[in-house]
Design a protein around this ligand. Structure first.
Ligand SMILES: Cc1cc2nc3c(=O)[nH]c(=O)nc-3n(C[C@H](O)[C@H](O)[C@H](O)COP(=O)(O)OP(=O)(O)OC[C@H]3O[C@@H](n4cnc5c(N)ncnc54)[C@H](O)[C@@H]3O)c2cc1C
Length: 469
């Protein structure tokens, strides 16, 4: 006998359908909006569509990007030093993403560390893959005749090849309607989506427009960096800088990090630090160590900017049907922002395709990737603070230089200091790994030995720094 309160098959089926509807997952025909097509937006779109295809899931992906990366100068540029670490070059090629020569402006063979006490050239420890120096847009202002191809455009084309559509619209607002996020366009129209991936970085006001999507979110802390493009001939840039990135450990007050990167007929000067201003930029460009490395007073600067840089993770960069990737969520401290865009973009895409687009899904499957970057940054802060102390003492500068020089001279020497400096400057390894390396007995022994030896430096000829051969 059938009990009267027992649900019928039809009731059970409709309850099942309702529950499935409530479960926030992407289905055939689901619409995904990606706001911003820097590396994070393009990596996210590329992996989302690649994984969806693998499980026969048919998604509609709209990438909103008002900027064309085919323009040179600020109009087409996402403001960055343009260094892609060798570990990321390797990871990308394992994913089948091989950067073409037209995008890689220069394969970097070594880093030269410059200090007032001397210089040391550190060769890439991974010979088979070189660091790539590239342009995010179509090169600097006045770069129109240079043979440049934009990295960001290359990634965007990859996403388009997978089936994404590019919408040349600025997103000017958000709303929440009938359980779905809504995007408002600059032309006054609006549309709802099953998932919105925010990849707007930290150089627009978009993160302040997310409030209507009602998730618990504090934007990341930011500061300003500095970039200047110097233009000469390709031969001249090669003669002055070779195929090396030049980095500086200087005791200028408030100075943290700067690099000069050769890129064809341009040299990119990049500075980052928590307390960067015009005065510090001026002090750096006019420092005698910088002037003997690159004639910043003679070669003209044709393009410069002060973009914002992410200094700390956004709190929980996700909610129901919303996820923040790249700089707008969590990135690596001062280094390898493109690598972090890759990792967070891929983790968000994996979550959306295989687990769902609810807050809990992102919490369980996306947040661990962000948290590991944020935890590593905490160690990075200790590393930068230690570096600041060491570079401010002439004795420790001498010891670091001496130790790295000896490691580079001896083929079989274990490169304790060289690896540390290489990884600090390139961002090739996590900060935690570098930190652990400083506790290695060999590192401590050799550093102590070199500090002791540096108490009595070799006398140098007048006008020539001690460590310059
Ligand atoms: C001085 C400096 C030097 C750096 N050097 C390096 C380096 O050498 N190597 C490295 O790996 N990283 C470097 N970085 C970090 C790197 O630039 C970032 O980590 C990286 O660009 C983050 O990518 P993203 O896609 O998250 O954001 P972005 O690259 O900032 O892209 C955001 C995109 O969103 C679009 N957008 C913004 N608002 C809207 C809107 N409302 N509607 C639609 N679209 C919108 C923008 O037009 C842009 O294209 C550097 C950063 C600075 C500041």
């Amino acid at each position: 006998m059938k009990l009267s309160h027992e649900p019928s098959v039809a009731d059970s089926f409709s309850t099942f359908v309702e529950e499935e509807e409530r479960r926030r997952v992407l289905r055939d025909g689901s619409r995904v909006a990606v706001v911003g097509s820097g590396p994070a937006g393009s990596f996210f779109s590329y992996f989302l569509l690649k994984m969806a295809e693998a499980i026969d899931l048919d998604l509609e992906v709209d990438i909103f990007e008002p900027r064309s990366f085919r323009y040179c100068g600020p109009a087409g540029c996402n403001h960055c030093g343009g260094i892609v670490s060798e570990s990321l070059v390797q990871i990308l090629s394992a994913e089948g993403i091989v950067l073409p020569d037209t995008v890689v402006q220069r394969g970097v063979e070594s880093y030269v560390v410059h200090m007032d006490v001397g210089d040391v050239e550190i060769e890439s420890p991974v010979q088979e893959q070189r660091i790539a120096a590239l342009y995010r847009g179509n090169g600097p202002r006045e770069g129109g005749d240079a043979p440049l191809e934009s990295f960001d455009n290359y990634l965007l084309e990859m996403a388009v090849d997978r089936g994404a559509s590019v919408v040349r619209q600025l997103i000017t607002g958000t709303a929440w309607n009938d359980g779905l996020p809504v995007l408002q366009y600059a032309d006054g129209t609006a549309a709802s989506y099953d998932l919105v991936a925010v990849a707007t970085g930290v150089n627009s006001n978009f993160l302040s427009l997310l409030e209507p999507l009602s998730f618990d979110f504090d934007p990341p802390k930011t500061t300003r960096g500095y970039i200047c493009e110097f233009r000469s001939t390709e031969e001249e840039i090669r003669r002055i800088l070779g195929s090396s990135v030049h980095v500086f450990l200087l005791s200028i007050p408030r100075f943290e990090f700067a690099a000069i990167i050769p890129k064809g007929q341009f040299a990119t000067v990049v500075m980052v630090g928590e307390d960067l201003d015009q005065e510090l930029v001026h002090a750096f460009l006019n420092d005698p160590v910088v002037r003997r490395t690159f004639p910043t007073d003679v070669v003209p600067c044709v393009c410069s900017c002060s973009p914002r840089i992410n200094l700390g993770a956004a709190s929980r960069p996700y909610g129901d049907r919303v996820v923040l990737v790249g700089d707008s969520g969590v990135t690596r401290l001062y280094k390898d922002g493109i690598g972090a865009a890759f990792r967070t973009g891929k983790a968000a895409a994996t979550t959306a395709v295989f687990h769902g687009v609810a807050k809990d899904d992102f919490e369980k499957h996306f947040w661990p990737a962000c948290k590991s970057i944020a935890n590593d940054n905490a160690v990075g802060k200790i590393m930068f603070a230690t570096n600041a102390v060491m570079k401010n003492s002439r004795l420790t500068r001498r010891a670091m230089l001496r130790m790295a020089q000896r490691e580079q001279e001896r083929a079989n020497a274990r490169p304790h200091m060289s690896s540390l400096l290489w990884n600090m400057f390139t961002g090739s390894a996590p900060y935690t790994e570098m930190f652990k390396g400083t506790f290695h007995p060999g590192f401590i022994y050799h550093l102590a030995r070199n500090v002791f030896a540096s108490l009595w430096p070799r006398r140098s000829k007048p006008g020539i720094p001690e460590g310059v051969a």
